[in-house]
Design a protein around this ligand. Structure first.
Ligand SMILES: *Cc1c(COP(=O)(O)O)cnc(C)c1O
Length: 301
């Protein structure tokens, strides 16, 4: 039976720059949990799957866009547990399905394409009875697992004993659900660094408040300048740095989340943000399947 491993490997990176700055840098390889499914998504989904099984529902309804790693992860996890997965996809059905949606279908997910307006209204909490009218009794998971249940699942990443010993944990931020879980479970002496992958993401604190019912995150820092133009946007500088990371350290990253996170983290290390003696862990949350949408030859891995 599938279960996200608590003990994903953690690799140390070594370089002259790191030695010079007197910091240690590790990468927590949640990307190795599964080749297609983002590691953090499985952690976020786990308590929803448990809730579904506890309620005796045989199906899950969730939401996402055509490039949603969350949809693929839900399709995969449901298949593993014998639960029927229904994906509500934002926008008209395209003539050719995205690679991501193709993965969802091959994992047995049933896809329903709806207009943006219908998508937004179906996501409202008050609509849950309409969804069960349409599909029958079901567990509903909001887009991206954005819910305190999802945050608590993501917090289980911190069960890894090594993560409890480090001074800094750094991660990419999309819906901020994973960030919320990490903030909840980190020790007050640990610093959390979030790197938003969306442009002008000014509502992170509000999101954390909704997800955790807490409002004072004094140990949280956001590096907001590493979105490279916005969600899923990329530049030659970004792709080049991903190639360099792979050549020097054998770590493949994705251009939507972890490539931007590693770029920002490395730059801030160079800029002396981290005090000497810091032990930093970057969470490699996965997402590598997203690279399939880049022109061939963009990446050396
Ligand atoms: C979804 C995703 C994230 C962002 O997680 P949130 O909980 O939405 O902030 C980060 N990395 C990867 C690879 C993802 O697929």
């Amino acid at each position: 039976m599938f279960h996200p491993a608590t003990y994903f490997p953690i690799n140390e990176l070594t370089s002259e720059a790191l030695t010079r700055q007197k910091v240690k840098l590790f990468v927590a390889r949640l990307d190795t949990i599964h080749p297609v499914v983002s590691g953090n998504k499985l952690f976020k989904l786990q308590p929803f799957i448990q809730a579904c099984e506890a309620a005796g529902h045989s199906q899950i309804v969730t939401f996402g866009g055509p490039y949603s790693n969350h949809l693929v992860a839900t399709a995969f996890y449901c298949k593993q547990r014998g639960i029927k997965a229904i994906g509500i996809v934002r926008g008209e059905r395209p003539n050719e399905l995205s690679h991501t949606l193709g993965q969802c279908l091959s994992e047995g997910m049933e896809l329903h394409f709806v207009s943006r307006t219908a998508y937004d209204s179906m996501q409202e909490k008050e609509q849950s009875s309409t969804l069960s009218d349409q599909f029958g009794p079901c567990q509903i998971i909001p887009e991206g697992g954005f819910d305190s249940i999802g945050a608590s699942g993501a917090g289980d990443i911190m069960n890894h004993p090594f993560l409890q010993t480090v001074s800094h944990v750094c991660l990419a931020v999309g819906t901020a659900t994973t960030l919320a879980g990490i903030c909840l479970r980190a020790h007050p002496s640990q610093q959390i660094i979030g790197i938003p992958v969306l442009k002008n993401m000014t509502d992170v604190e509000e999101r954390l408040q909704i997800l955790t019912q807490h409002s004072n995150f004094s140990h949280l820092t956001l590096f907001g300048e590493y979105h490279f133009g916005g969600y899923a946007k990329h530049t030659p500088v970004l792709l080049n740095s991903m190639n360099q990371l792979y050549i020097n350290h054998s770590i493949p990253t994705d251009f939507v989340y972890t490539g931007k996170m590693m770029f920002g983290l490395m730059e801030q290390i160079q800029l002396n943000y981290f005090p000497a003696g810091s032990t930093i862990v970057a969470l490699h949350t996965g997402g590598l399947q997203g690279n399939a949408s880049l022109p061939t030859g963009s990446l050396v891995f």
